[in-house]
Design a protein around this ligand. Structure first.
Ligand code: ARG
Length: 391
């Protein structure tokens, strides 16, 4: 019987490796797709593992620049975080992976796609909304939701039986890595009384051991996007690598939170995203001087909605695109240079500069007499505003 083709979003980890075998046993020809979005050495491991699993075709695509340009930067322009803290590093990567995977399914004539996300999380939704957006007729297989291998032990047994080599050091956490962040879930973290283990964090250094001198950085933005560090242009990728490194040694960008997943489960997650934390901070400082008050307020309202949409997997929705357009228009003014100081996990502002600045020293000053504002006019302003309250 002719084998049906299926394209699998393949990370090279234990779960997706088992999925390869499981699908092969169900008489699929498995085509693997691995997106290189900055997860480092995992890419080589994925390539070698796929070979050992008799995978005939594996596509590995370097998407780092596209990830930064078309997903990370647009998201950062929103100045939003999910439930105040989470910088959405996984949520913005899934729509890109879904888009690329659908291209491959098209070119390879595969009517089926699969992914390794569980039936309890957000990623299944993000992947599948993306798949459906690009091809409404696609057949999706999500093994975690249907198979019998529903525990770690069953998975390991399956590996033994099917000659799938297992890493000696089995990972203690479910980890998702890319150039924007590392995210850790599961394992010990499921116990809320358990302090995250220092060994868990792969990039950031804790505050006690971070460098004992302040690091000054100047960041230049054009239309809301970072273009220079310390007045030097770099490629997007190098900017991220540099800021990740600098932020890490200064202990910047760690969080440990409990978040509400879309399907309603509470989940504890630890995230480290030094570069993103630094850029987010500096961008907000710049927006504070260049955005008109009412535009700033509107943008704040939108940020809340935007972060929920992206978290819930609606990257490709018309409403996210609409909000993105609004946000992008506001960014024409977000040009300037922000100087910050990093020290022991804290970012401080040092200087804010922009040719588009709306900050009017004359109006704000305690010392100067303003040409635009006569203080006596505030009498009337308060009288009218308090009218309702006095009645
Ligand atoms: N909770 C985060 C989100 O929904 C991260 C999910 C993936 N992370 C992981 N460690 N498996 O975006």
């Amino acid at each position: 019987m002719l084998k049906k083709k299926i394209v699998l979003a393949y990370s090279g980890g234990l779960d997706t490796s088992v999925i390869v075998k499981w699908l092969q046993k169900k008489n699929f020809e498995v085509i693997c797709f691995t997106a290189d979005i900055g997860q480092g050495n995992e890419i080589n491991i994925a390539r070698n593992r796929a070979k050992s699993l008799d995978v005939k075709t594996i596509f590995i695509k370097n998407l780092k620049n596209e990830f930064i340009q078309n997903f990370i930067f647009p998201y950062l322009r929103s100045s939003s975080a999910y439930e105040n803290f989470y910088l959405l590093g996984t949520a913005i990567s899934r729509p890109l992976i879904a888009k690329e995977l659908m291209k491959i399914s098209y070119y390879t004539n595969s009517n089926h796609v699969a992914h390794g996300a569980t039936g309890k999380g957000n990623d299944q939704i993000r992947f599948e909304l993306g798949f459906k957006y690009f091809n409404p007729n696609i057949e999706i297989i999500a093994p975690w939701r249907i198979w019998e291998l529903n525990s770690r032990n069953k998975l390991l047994n399956f590996c033994l039986k099917n000659n799938i080599s297992i890493n000696k050091k089995i990972k203690k956490y479910s980890i998702d890595k890319n150039i924007f962040h590392n995210s850790y879930e599961g394992g010990d973290l499921e116990n809320l009384l358990f302090e995250a283990d220092e060994h868990m964090w792969e990039t950031t250094i804790n505050n006690e051991n971070s460098v004992d001198y302040p690091i000054y950085l100047s960041l230049t933005f054009r239309k809301g996007d970072l273009i220079k560090i310390n007045n030097i242009y770099y490629s997007n990728e190098i900017m991220f690598l540099k800021l990740n490194k600098i932020g890490s040694i200064a202990g910047i960008g760690r969080i440990d939170i409990v978040e509400n997943r879309y399907i309603g489960i509470k989940s504890r997650g630890c995230y480290e995203s030094p570069a993103a934390t630094i850029i987010m901070f500096a961008r907000k400082e710049l927006e504070s001087i260049v955005l008109d008050k009412e535009i700033f307020n509107l943008k704040e309202c939108i940020a809340l909605k935007y972060s929920k949409l992206v978290y819930n997997g609606f990257w490709w929705s018309p409403e996210r695109l609409l909000l993105q357009n609004f946000i992008d228009i506001t960014q024409q003014y977000v040009n300037g240079i922000i100087k910050i100081r990093l020290f022991r996990g804290v970012i401080n502002i040092v200087q804010r500069f922009s040719l588009n600045s709306l900050y009017d020293k004359n109006s704000s000053s305690f010392n100067e007499i303003s040409k635009k504002l006569n203080q006596i006019d505030s009498n009337g302003f308060i009288k009218i505003n308090s009218l309702r309250l006095t009645i």
